[in-house]
Design a protein around this ligand. Structure first.
Ligand code: PEP
Length: 260
């Protein structure tokens, strides 16, 4: 019997300025009022410049929403790192989660295993929960190498982390071919790799860590397909891109259990 609370996290990417972001937080917060936070956790992950406004709105209205950031510096604290935002700065804004290793960072910003691993460590040092994103591209999927590719990214991202710190990480399995394409992995595809991720956590650490860590699925998740994905035993939530930009749609995703 698992005690993992499902997490539905909305990655806004480079969308919505702070006023538009505020409007979305307000309508989403209203739509989620009454949600039992012990049964599902919802998080919004806006651009950096929206965070302060979102934080204030969530706190003032007591919305059942956690806050996440899309990236953080590998450097800790403060320093001469022009353009960077540290984990400590995010923590001061009541940020709980931070994406690390998203495929768009890996592709467009050449972030590989070493920097991803350093960012996981920076997040942990700041008391944040990293959402470590892993997942294969179309070539690896066609070659049947989705598990070995994804597991290698997982091992790289977690390298050197203690069991205690690893427990605090959330893993998001996002097959790159399913992100923003409308292509969704079948529930069985999602389960296959999410299950392999959990087995890897047990091998790297122990069953306690493997059973504690939440493994999310991401890639064209919508209200119409979330329930079947969530029915898989090793899927503990969703990382949602496009569908998180509409309050009503994302609220339905968070409330997936009501529809079941
Ligand atoms: C993402 O970028 O993390 C994502 C899952 O996007 P989408 O839901 O739009 O496929």
């Amino acid at each position: 019997m698992t005690t993992r609370t499902p997490l539905m996290a909305g990655n806004w990417k480079m969308n919505l300025d702070y006023k538009e972001g505020l409007a979305l937080v307000e309508s989403l917060g209203e739509a989620l009022k009454g949600v039992d936070e012990s049964t599902v956790e919802a998080a919004v992950i806006p651009p950096f410049v929206d965070l302060r406004t979102a934080q204030t709105s969530i706190a003032t209205n007591a919305f059942p929403l956690a806050l996440g950031a899309q990236d953080l510096s590998e450097h800790v604290g403060t320093g001469a790192y022009t353009g960077e935002i540290s984990g400590q700065m995010l923590a001061a804004l009541d940020v709980t989660y931070v994406l690390v290793g998203h495929s768009e960072r890996r592709e467009y910003h050449r972030e590989g295993e070493a920097v991803t691993n350093r960012k996981v460590n920076s997040a942990i040092a700041a008391g944040l929960t990293p959402i470590l994103c892993v997942g294969e591209g179309l070539d690896e999927r066609k070659a049947g190498k989705q598990i070995e590719y994804t597991v290698a990214q997982l091992e790289g991202g977690l390298e050197g982390l203690s069991a205690e710190d690893a427990r605090r990480v959330v893993i998001a399995y996002e097959p790159v071919w399913a992100i923003g394409t409308g292509e969704v992995a079948t529930p069985e595809d999602a389960q296959e790799v999410c299950g392999a991720i959990r087995e890897t956590l047990a091998a790297l650490y122990d069953q306690g860590v493997a059973q504690a860590v939440r493994v999310l699925y991401g890639g064209s998740v919508k209200s119409s397909n979330v329930a079947e994905i969530m029915a898989q035993p090793d899927v503990d939530g969703a990382l949602v891109g496009g569908a998180s930009l509409k309050a009503e749609e994302f609220a339905k995703i968070v409330r997936f259990a009501d529809a079941a």
